[in-house]
Each structure stands twice: as C-alpha cells, then as structure tokens.
Design a protein around this ligand. Structure first.
Ligand SMILES: [Zn+2]
Length: 130
C-alpha cells in the first residue's frame, strides 16, 4: 500500500533564561554542568535539583571523560546537507554524561571535550581521543 506523506516542519521555542550561562560558555570554550549540594550533577544543566529541589551551582565539567556509547549517523537530517556522515557519542565525565560530536571513537576511549562552531554557525560540544 502506498502512503502519501507531506513534510511538516516544526519550530520550538525553548526558554533559555536559566541556561544562558551554558550557551555563552560554549562560545567561550567552556562546558558547564550544574551540581547540587546533595551530590547530584546535571547535564544539560538544571537550575534546580530535581531530587531535593535546591538551587544548583555552575561548574565546568571534568577535563577528561570516557566514551560509553556512540552511533554513526549516515542519514543526514534536513538543514545539515553540508555534513558528511558523523559520529555522535556519549561520554561520562564524573557524575554526568555529555553528548558530543566525535571523529572515530570506541567505547572506553578517554576523551577531552571542546567546543567549536559548526558550518551552520551553531556552537557544539566535540570529543577528541587523548
Ligand atoms: Zn539536590
């Protein structure tokens, strides 16, 4: 059976008032998480701890992380036509996990995270194996 379809572009407006420090940090080469006095860490940052309700504090993530998972994206999404297949990875940095773009990685690799602007002008987190 043939199913007709049509494109439905969606745009979302996400409130960023409490996370401006995170977005500005990327432009300054800093990757922030938030931590609570109860010991929990949040990435992406949360302004309040979802466990105890306390306000959290901003701190930079640890210098080194370890790759826990990755996937290679071969089907390039609309808007990223300039991109070649790319790797998205998740790495553990202390008590948080960070998602970032990477070249060749494997589970268990020790990585350093850094920020850079992609070809569409968006600041992102990248990993390099160390
Ligand atoms: Zn807490």
């Amino acid at each position: 059976m043939y199913i007709e379809s049509r494109e439905l572009p969606l745009k979302h407006k996400i409130p960023v008032g409490k996370t401006v420090k995170y977005w500005k940090g990327l432009e300054e080469g800093k990757i922030y998480k938030t931590v609570c006095r109860c010991g929990r860490g949040y990435y992406p940052p949360h302004s309040e701890c979802s466990f105890c309700g306390s306000e959290t504090e901003w701190v930079e993530i640890e210098d080194y992380g370890v790759i826990e998972a990755f996937t290679v994206v071969y089907t390039i999404p609309k808007g990223f036509e300039w991109s070649k297949p790319y790797t998205i990875a998740i790495a553990r940095f202390g008590n948080i996990r960070v998602m970032g773009w990477a070249e060749e990685v494997k589970v268990g690799d020790k990585v350093k995270a850094f920020t850079a602007k992609d070809q569409s002008g968006v600041w992102k987190v990248y990993f390099e194996v160390v």
